[in-house]
Design a protein around this ligand. Structure first.
Ligand code: HEC
Length: 578
């Protein structure tokens, strides 16, 4: 056991002065700070336009969405006095003169009506989400599946726009693809998304896994290269030879949420995961630069702590960064963290003493943490995926009270490629495994070590990440099936909830406190809510977002959902109004 205190104060603290939100009020009437109507010549009053307000001197973005009468309203609880820049998100439309300024005072609500103009095809190309590109592109289902249906696809580290704007021929694409495979999947976002950011050599040096890129020669890569060259701007094309078709804008309930985006003050940062403790404080891990961070949403203050010195990747010649991948708050308020993929360290940070306690894991472990249910604070499940074949996939339970692993058991995940993407547990500390490749959910009994597997109703659904509630319902994302799902441990049944569009790739899901759940979607910039009765609502985020974990605040009396936005180094908060 080793421990070391690292502290960063002052320099990174940013005060955003957001008012506390004791009782979230309906965003209308006299409680509003800013209202207006949004129209266009093409549609008249427009529903489902995301209106984004950013105060001068602040980087925090607050957004609301227009209702069926084309009206938007920012509640006073979310906009303090000041000068704001107003932007919009509505695929196919732009604000003719760019962002609009508006003064928000303490008295009567400010008013700003907006008239939108139809976007040019080039502007629309910049607005399309990755999923909208995938569904707009011509091509056979087999070609698109080749592009989309893999764990780390071309839309994983950056958006599709840079691929679609490229001029590479099929032959030229192969070395580019070879270069892409030298990057660490979860750190290369520091090299930017779209044309907004770029990679300097210093940053690039950190994100490269190995230095030498191999030009792929396999048939799949060749077929993918040929397909991409048929839809990008190669061969002298000045625009795309197919229509760009956005998904429908939000409607009805999907327009009723306030979304706040908090940029991480220290850049570059790579925020893979976050957790919310029982006081409503948001903790996040930086997998690129080795920090644990905390945001107090009530004050907007950030504070960061360095990871222990003992955590850099010791493997010679390996440039992969081992910062913090996943974080979880335990029942006693300690923040558990694991190092990046196949790291050998885990441990916890105690906010009271500001000290780390770290543990060496018996093998390189896959890096996603189980939840800590009521009363759970000393044990931690992980699985090792690198045991030499034919050794089975092994689960370890670290017991922090004993300072060692107290359970080692094979995971009986049936199928050719046993692999738990998410290791979760129920309130009795039985381990739950989301089997990505074999498409099943496996429960490992903590007492007997015996496994029982439950296949997903949709074959090859790719269960990815999830969370169990205190009653034994495990919510998870079916990445390869565009569905969220819930597994009932008592009955072994799995219920699935399809998303509205193909390729919306559910990454993670989590239960809310009302018998429903929330799920993140890779590439669509939408977050999906599933009500207790199974109805889904898809909220459009104000920004490009890279889907990771979705976390429901355990302390909030009204549902409040948090997401890390890895590729843009932001934390996103969603407050539904219904
Ligand atoms: C593991 C992360 C990752 C994945 C996966 C990835 N990229 Fe990239 N991509 C990057 C990074 C980092 C950059 C910026 C540095 C660079 O250009 O090498 C980049 C830049 C690009 C660029 C712009 C630079 C250029 O050379 O034109 C293109 C085009 C591109 N990627 C295409 C692709 C395609 C096609 C795929 C899927 C086969 C893909 N990427 C998958 C990380 C990734």
């Amino acid at each position: 056991m080793t421990s070391r205190l690292g502290l960063l104060v002052g320099g990174v603290a940013v005060v955003l002065a957001l008012a506390p939100i004791p009782a979230l009020v309906r965003a209308q009437g006299s409680t509003s700070a800013l209202t207006g109507a949004v129209r266009s010549q093409a549609e008249g009053l427009m529903e489902g336009v995301v209106v984004i307000a950013t105060r001068d001197g602040s980087a925090v973005m607050t957004s609301v969405t227009t209702n069926e009468r084309g009206e938007y309203a920012f509640p006073r609880t979310h906009l303090e006095k000041g000068t704001y820049r107003i932007a919009i998100r509505a695929a196919g439309y732009v604000l003719p003169e760019g962002d609009r300024p508006v003064q928000v005072g303490n008295g009567a609500p400010a008013r700003l009506d907006l008239s939108l103009q139809t976007a040019t095809k080039d502007q629309l190309a910049h607005q399309l989400t990755t999923v909208e590109w995938w569904n707009s592109m011509p091509g056979t289902a087999a070609q698109k599946d080749l592009l989309v249906r893999t764990m780390v696809n071309c839309g994983f580290c950056h958006d599709m726009e840079r691929v679609m704007r490229s001029r590479y021929t099929a032959d030229q694409f192969l070395p580019v693809m070879g270069r892409m495979s030298t990057y660490a999947a979860d750190n290369s976002s520091a090299c930017g998304v779209g044309s907004a950011r770029h990679c300097d050599t210093k940053t690039l040096g950190r994100v490269q896994v190995q230095s030498a890129a191999q030009v792929p020669t396999d048939e799949r890569s060749k077929a993918l290269a040929a397909y991409l060259a048929s839809v990008n701007l190669s061969g002298g094309r000045t625009t795309w030879n197919f229509p760009l078709t956005p998904m429908p804008r939000p409607k009805g309930k999907a327009t009723r949420a306030i979304v706040t985006v908090f940029p991480i003050p220290r850049q570059p940062s790579v925020i893979h995961d976050l957790t919310v403790d029982r006081q409503g404080q948001v903790w996040y891990g930086d997998s690129g630069w080795g920090y644990l961070g905390k945001l107090e949403p009530k004050t907007g203050k950030f504070r960061e702590y360095e990871t222990p010195q003992s955590w850099p990747d010791p493997r010679p010649g390996f440039k992969r960064i081992v910062g913090i991948q996943d974080v979880e708050a335990d029942a006693d308020g300690r923040i558990w963290a694991v190092t990046g993929f196949l790291g050998t360290k885990s441990g916890y940070f105690d906010p009271r003493t500001e000290k780390w306690t770290t543990f060496d894991m018996p093998a390189p472990v896959w890096a996603f943490l189980p939840a800590f249910h009521k009363g759970q604070s000393t044990t931690l499940w992980s699985t090792a995926t690198t045991a030499p074949a034919p050794a089975p996939l092994t689960a370890f339970r670290l017991n922090a009270a004993l300072g060692k692993v107290d359970v080692t058991t094979p995971v009986g995940e049936p199928g050719g490629r046993p692999f738990c993407y998410q290791v979760e547990r129920d309130p009795h500390d039985n381990m739950i495994c989301a089997g990505f490749y074999n498409s099943n959910i496996v429960v490992v009994d903590a007492k007997t070590g015996k496994s029982r597997a439950y296949p997903t109703p949709t074959p090859n659904a790719g269960p990815r990440r999830g969370r169990a509630d205190d009653d034994g319902h495990f919510w998870f994302g079916e990445f390869l099936a565009d569905k969220a799902a819930v597994f009932d441990i008592a009955t072994g049944s799995i219920r699935e909830f399809p998303f509205s569009a193909k390729y919306m790739s559910a990454y993670a899901a989590a239960p809310d406190h009302h018998g429903g759940g929330w799920a993140s979607s890779t590439g669509s910039d939408r977050v999906v809510r599933i009500d207790r009765n199974g109805t889904t609502t898809e909220y459009l985020m104000p920004v490009y977002y890279d889907a990771r974990k979705v976390v429901v605040d355990p302390s909030a009396s009204r549902t409040t959902v948090w997401l890390p936005n890895k590729n843009l180094s932001q934390l996103i908060r969603i407050e539904p109004l219904d």
